[in-house]
Design a protein around this ligand. Structure first.
Ligand code: THG
Length: 288
C-alpha cells in the first residue's frame, strides 16, 4: 500500500487540504452550462446572476472548492471563462477547479488565477498530455487525470489503472509532484452499463493502493436515466469514499448527498467527536 498523499489547493486567501485522513472535500459542480439549459441561456446573454448565486449557495452548503466551466458552444471560451471566474471570485474565496477542454481557455484562466488552482482535466491522450501538463507545471497548479485515452474509456479497472499510471508518470517527467495529480476513475452511467459503479470503485482501489494519490469523480453521472437519483448518488458517493474517493465533484445542495458524505466521514473516523456531523445536524434543525 502506498502512503496517502496530501494535495493542497489555494485561492488568494484560503488553503484547502485534500487527504484520506481528512474530511472529504466537496468540489461544487453547478457552475457548468453543460446539461443546464438555464445557465447556458444566461451565459449566452452575458448574465452572471446564476453564476453568482450558484457560487454562494454551494459554498454555504459545504463546497470547499468550486468547479468552473464555461463551455457554451459558439462562445469565446477564454473570454467567457475569465468572466465566470471573476464573478465567482467576487463573491467567494474558495479555490477553483478550472473545468475546460480548451487549452487556450485554460492558459487564460491560469494566468488570471491567483493561488494554486486545480486543472480539470488532462487525460491519457498524447495531445492532451502534451498541451495540458506544461501549463500545469508552469503555473504550479494541481491537475485531474481522467482514466481515458485515444481509445476511449477502458472497460476494465486494470486498463483504467494503466491510464492513470501513464498520466502520473508523464506529470512526474515534467516535474509535477505526484501529490498534485488527482485521479478520476470516471463514473459512467449505469443506464448504459450496469457494472459502471463497480468498475469505478475497483479502479479507485487499484490506483490508491499503488500511488496513494487523491481521487475525484463526477459522482452524479452514475444515476442518469434512473428515478430517485439522489439516493443512488448518495449511496455511491459513500461507497466511493470507502474505496478512496477524497474530493468528489458533486452538488452539495442535494441534502441526501451532503448528509451521506458527512456520515461517511464519520464512519471513516475523519470527524473527531462527530463535531462536523453534529454541527450539520444543528444547521438543518435551524433552517427548518
Ligand atoms: N469528471 C470530471 N469533471 C467533470 C465530470 C466528471 N465535470 C463535469 C461533470 N463531470 C460534473 N459536473 C456536473 C455539472 C452539472 C451537472 C452534472 C455534472 C448537472 N446535472 C443535472 C443532472 O444531474 O440532472 C443536469 C440538469 C439540471 O441541473 O437541471 O447539473 O465526471 N473530472
Amino acid at each position: 500500500m502506498a502512503e496517502d498523499l496530501l494535495t493542497t489547493l489555494s485561492s488568494k486567501t484560503k488553503t484547502v487540504e485534500i487527504h484520506r485522513d481528512k474530511p472529504c472535500v466537496i468540489i461544487g459542480e453547478r457552475i457548468n452550462p453543460t446539461g443546464r439549459k438555464k445557465v447556458m441561456a444566461a451565459l449566452k446573454e452575458g448574465n452572471f446572476d446564476m453564476v453568482r448565486k450558484d457560487a454562494e449557495d454551494q459554498v454555504a452548503a459545504g463546497a470547499a472548492v468550486l468547479d468552473v466551466n464555461a463551455g457554451v458552444p459558439g462562445a469565446d471560451e477564454p473570454a467567457l471563462l475569465k468572466q465566470v471566474m471573476q464573478t465567482v471570485m467576487e463573491v467567494t474565496d474558495v479555490p477553483l477547479c478550472i473545468d475546460t477542454a480548451d487549452p487556450d481557455a485554460l492558459a487564460t484562466a491560469l494566468a488570471l488565477y491567483e493561488g494554486k488552482a486545480l486543472v480539470n482535466s488532462v487525460n491519457g491522450e498524447e495531445r492532451s498530455l502534451s498541451r495540458v501538463l506544461p501549463l500545469v507545471k508552469e503555473h504550479g497548479a494541481a491537475v485531474i487525470g481522467l482514466c481515458m485515452d485515444d481509445e476511449g474509456i477502458p472497460e476494465t479497472p486494470e486498463a483504467r489503472f494503466k491510464v492513470a499510471a501513464k498520466i502520473i508518470e508523464r506529470a512526474g517527467k515534467l516535474g509535477i509532484p505526484i501529490e498534485d495529480v488527482i485521479i478520476d476513475p470516471l463514473a459512467l452511467t449505469m443506464g448504459a452499463d450496469s457494472n459502471a459503479g463497480r468498475i469505478a470503485l475497483d479502479t479507485i482501489k487499484l490506483v490508491v493502493a499503488e500511488f496513494g494519490v487523491n481521487i475525484t469523480m463526477g459522482a452524479s453521472n452514475i444515476s442518469f436515466g434512473m428515478p430517485d437519483r439522489k439516493y443512488i448518488n448518495a449511496t455511491f458517493i459513500a461507497m466511493a469514499i470507502h474505496a478512496g474517493l477524497t474530493c468528489p465533484i458533486t452538488n452539495p445542495l442535494v441534502p441526501e448527498v451532503s448528509i451521506a458524505i458527512k456520515a461517511a466521514d464519520l464512519v471513516m473516523g475523519r470527524d473527531d467527536y462527530g463535531m462536523a456531523w453534529i454541527q450539520a445536524y444543528r444547521q438543518r434543525q435551524q433552517s427548518q
